[in-house]
Design a protein around this ligand. Sequence first.
Ligand SMILES: [Zn+2]
Length: 80
Amino acid sequence: MERAGTGLGCDDVLESLTDYLEEALPAGRRRRVADHLGACPACSGCLGQIRATIAVLGCLRHGVVPAPVLNALWESFLTS
Ligand SMILES: [Zn+2]
């Protein structure tokens, strides 16, 4: 995947998306992730799908996204 000129690669951003959604990232990294999302349609699309999926599952209310759920999400997003 291509870098979007923010210093973070798509892989870095995707790894940080759940922490981003849970507002668990340090401010500096959160800003870099946000910058990348603003510049990268692929990652912002993933963010939207994850946000919608998590909302449906209600995972955020528990503060945890189960790893099997995340893995399934990544595979469905990254291979589509
Ligand atoms: Zn990206």
